[in-house]
Design a protein around this ligand. Structure first.
Ligand SMILES: C[S@@+](CC[C@H](N)C(=O)[O-])C[C@H]1O[C@@H](n2cnc3c(N)ncnc32)[C@H](O)[C@@H]1O
Length: 313
């Protein structure tokens, strides 16, 4: 499949016109994003729909989804010609997933009140139109403060397994919060963590913030003064994750590039099942996504550019 075909295929889910029409309104807030956000959301949708849900949903009676940074439910970016393009944000993508085994319950954290109110209105609209495929809890607060509520809820469910999506701007998740999740004996989870090296590095000059994020004031990154600092920060985080092999047995990293300049972020996927067939799907997704960039997505979405197939293949 060419990369253009891959984008077009997942565009049907991430830019589901029928759902967007239900939840869009001129007065409702949308998160402004780069075109590369499409790649992140296509990864999430693909992994949930083709791998996580069919395998976990069949085996666990309480398969849940936990979104620590939900946003407003709709994201907007500009294509190559500057046309606005709307795509569904992570909570709406997961709460409407149409499968034999949809999520039983979704937990949505969002700390910003405008995003939270908007997300809530969008979820209600989908509920009224019978488009939601799960129960959901709105946790419109700082995920670091209220993570225990979700943990206690999940612990009390029989046959529970969950997909955790961590999508901050930079350092908004404290290590203390991450550690509470990683120390869980039950239930287990797979995680997709959007690690933002540039954002984290920007915050690394604030000792309190970076220490809370890394859970460690002795961060190796300061040994570097050039771009290696980005890799060093991320490697330090990965090393910390690896200290929890009960939850994190496998780590895969998918790099998402902006395509304009050197910006990138890394989707860090973790699971406790080594050697499983679903890790092969991650390898495949990595291969395709790493051939693409935000810039190539902005070309593919542009209805006036149909002749650049060769250029972006
Ligand atoms: C990158 S956006 C999330 C985008 C969303 N996942 C999507 O697919 O559209 C990060 C969101 O996290 C929210 N946020 C920031 N700090 C937070 C915190 N401590 N707890 C919960 N939400 C937070 C922001 O208001 C913002 O909406």
């Amino acid at each position: 499949m060419s990369v253009r075909n891959w984008v077009e295929k997942y565009r049907n889910a991430v830019q589901n016109a029928e759902l967007i029409e239900l939840v869009d309104a001129p007065d409702l807030f949308c998160n402004q994003v780069g075109a590369w956000a499409f790649l992140k959301l296509a990864f999430l949708w693909n992994y949930a729909y083709y791998t996580y849900i069919p395998i976990i949903g069949r085996r666990y009676s309480n398969m849940c989804y936990v979104d620590l940074f939900s946003g407003s439910g709709l994201d907007q970016f500009s294509d190559c010609s500057g046309n606005p393009q709307l795509i569904l944000g992570s909570p709406l993508l997961m709460a409407t997933i149409n499968s034999q085994y949809p999520f039983k319950t979704c937990f949505f954290f969002e700390a910003n009140s405008e995003c939270a109110d908007t997300l809530s209105r969008r979820l209600h609209k989908l509920e009224e139109s019978s488009r939601l495929t799960c129960k959901y809890y709105e946790l419109f607060c700082d995920c670091n403060k209220d993570i225990d509520k979700v943990i206690n809820n999940l612990k009390g469910l029989d046959g529970c397994h969950f997909l955790l999506f961590v999508d901050p701007f930079s350092t908004e998740i404290k290590w203390e919060t991450m550690e509470k999740l990683l120390k869980l004996n039950y239930p287990s989870f797979d995680m997709i963590f959007n690690f933002q090296p540039f954002g984290v590095n920007r915050k690394s000059y604030n000792p309190k913030t970076i220490t809370e994020f890394l859970g460690d004031s002795d961060y190796n990154a300061y040994k570097h003064t050039d771009e290696r600092i980005l890799e060093a920060l991320e490697n330090q985080y990965l090393q910390k994750l690896r200290k929890f092999p009960n939850i994190v047995k496998v780590i895969k990293r998918v790099r998402i590039k902006s395509g304009t300049g050197s910006f990138y972020y890394d989707l860090i996927f973790t699971t406790r099942k080594a050697g499983s067939p679903w890790v092969k799907n991650i390898d495949y997704l990595k291969k395709v996504i790493e051939k693409l960039t935000g810039y190539s997505v902005s070309i593919i979405f542009d209805p006036t550019i149909k002749t650049l197939n060769q250029h972006i293949k």
